[in-house]
Ligand binder design. Structure first.
Ligand code: PNS
Length: 157
C-alpha cells in the first residue's frame, strides 16, 4: 500500500492541482491532499473552506482524500504512513524553491521520497494567486478552476 501526500496551500485548488491529483491517483494506492494551516498567510478561504471545496472536487477519485496539517510536512507524512510527497512543477522558476524543500525534507526524513510531476502544458501558467488576482479585477477565470470553485470565488468577492 503506497500512500503519498500532496501538500499545499490550495487557496483555492485549480485545474492544475486537479491534473496532478488525477495523475498521482493512478500512480499510487492512496493520495492525501494536505492543506497547510499557515497562520502567517492571509488566505481568501479558511482551511475548513478549502478542505470542503477540495472534498467536492476529489469525489471522482476513490483513492484520494483531503486533510489539513500544521507543523512539519515530513512529520505529517510519517504519521500517515506515507512514503512519498507529490509536487507539481510548472516552470524552471518553481525548480529552485522546490529543490530546496525536497532536499530539506530528505535531510529531515530520508525514507520519504519527493516525487515531481510536470504540470501539463495547458496548466503550466496557472497559480492560485494569479487566479484570485484576475477574478478580483473582473477578468474571466472560466476553464481554469472547476465550476464549484468558480462559484466559491465569486461568492467571496
Ligand atoms: O502551495 P504552497 O504554499 O507552495 O505549499 C507549500 C508547502 C505546504 C508544501 C510547504 O510550505 C510545506 O511543506 N510546509 C510545511 C512546513 C514544513 O515542513 N517546512 C519545511 C519544508 S522544507
Amino acid at each position: 500500500m503506497k500512500t503519498v501526500i500532496y501538500p499545499g496551500s490550495f487557496d483555492p485548488i485549480t485545474n492544475g492541482h486537479i491534473d496532478i491529483i488525477g495523475r498521482a491517483s493512478k500512480l499510487c494506492d492512496k493520495v492525501i491532499v494536505a492543506v497547510l494551516k499557515n497562520p502567517s498567510k492571509t488566505p481568501m478561504f479558511t482551511v475548513e473552506e478549502r478542505v470542503n471545496i477540495i472534498n467536492k472536487v476529489i469525489e471522482p477519485y476513490e483513492n484520494v482524500f483531503v486533510d489539513s496539517f500544521s507543523g512539519l510536512l515530513v512529520d505529517y507524512a510519517k504519521k500517515n504512513g506515507a512514503t512519498g510527497i507529490i509536487k507539481g512543477l510548472r516552470a524552471v522558476s518553481d525548480f529552485e524553491y522546490e529543490l530546496q524543500m525536497a532536499l530539506m525534507n530528505q535531510k529531515l526524513c530520508p525514507e520519504i521520497e519527493t516525487i515531481f510531476l510536470m504540470a501539463s502544458t495547458k496548466n503550466s501558467f496557472l497559480s492560485s494567486s494569479l487566479i484570485k488576482e484576475v477574478a478580483r479585477f473582473g477578468g474571466s477565470i472560466e476553464g481554469l478552476v472547476p465550476e464549484s470553485v468558480l462559484k466559491a470565488i465569486y461568492n467571496k468577492l
